[in-house]
Ligand binder design. Sequence first.
Ligand code: CU
Length: 94
Amino acid sequence: MKKLPILLAALAASTLALAQAPTVNGEVTKIDKAGGRITLKHGEIKNLSMPPMTMAYRVRSPQLLEGVAVGDRVRFEAERIDGNFTITALAKAP
Ligand SMILES: [Cu+2]
């Protein structure tokens, strides 16, 4: 039971980070399901001080790669987690 407060703190921190990350527009150029990575041509990412570019990201969960394909326009959220640029939310653009 000692671990519970740490878990709750981590959960609260990640929820806060999610709420703060702005949604970014992008286009899928490559998907690496085995490696848990996706390459996106994306617009400016203000919370990461990143200009528009094409680059590979880690995905927080493999499920994020379900339902998207190369060529899809997407909306996503990205954060720096443990030093890695990581996609924390991803969905096809409506
Ligand atoms: Cu980038």
